[in-house]
Design a protein. Structure first.
Length: 168
């Protein structure tokens, strides 16, 4: 069952993005958790409503640093970001880098961020507990400054109103 913890942002059903924005929506998700199910259905529903959504395809992630820069640019060129936070989301450095960029862009340009808590608790995201704590600990060997950005981004997104999908 899906529920939202506060009012939904209204969205346009046209395909025209705001001036200076190339995409209506940037989708951030962990492919192994949601790509062949929820995220595909969400992407198709957005397309059917003529909402231009950007999502990376897992095979392209292997293209390296140039593609990573393209992802960061796509975030900056989006009006909304939908983040599908799932059990293994924080296991991925790519996802955490996207998340940090989304939060940074939100602060700089007012990007609207819409989190989806996909079978995870908001408190686990906010406090980096549960599967988010394990993932965070695995990345400790990385740059401390980067880890601090990831944790701050998780805390901020965990405090945002969003959709909750669970087994109820």
């Amino acid at each position: 069952m899906a529920s939202i913890s506060s009012e939904r942002a209204s969205s346009s059903s046209s395909s025209s993005s705001a001036p200076g924005r190339k995409h209506d929506v940037y989708l951030s998700f962990r492919g192994e958790d949601t790509h062949d199910g929820f995220t595909d259905h969400l992407y198709e529903a957005l397309r059917q409503k003529r909402i231009h959504a950007f999502r990376d395809e897992e095979k392209l992630l292997r293209e390296g640093e140039l593609f990573a820069l393209d992802l960061m640019k796509a975030i900056e060129e989006s009006q909304y970001a939908i983040i599908v936070l799932s059990k293994n989301y924080a296991d991925s450095k790519w996802c955490l880098d996207e998340l940090a960029k989304i939060v940074e862009t939100r602060e700089k340009t007012g990007l609207t961020v819409l989190p989806v808590f996909y079978y995870v608790e908001t408190s686990d995201v906010r406090n980096q507990t549960g599967s988010f704590a394990i993932a965070s600990a695995e990345h400790e060997k990385d740059n401390i400054e980067k880890i601090q950005k990831w944790r701050a981004a998780l805390t901020e997104v965990g405090n945002l109103p969003g959709w909750h999908l669970n087994h109820r």
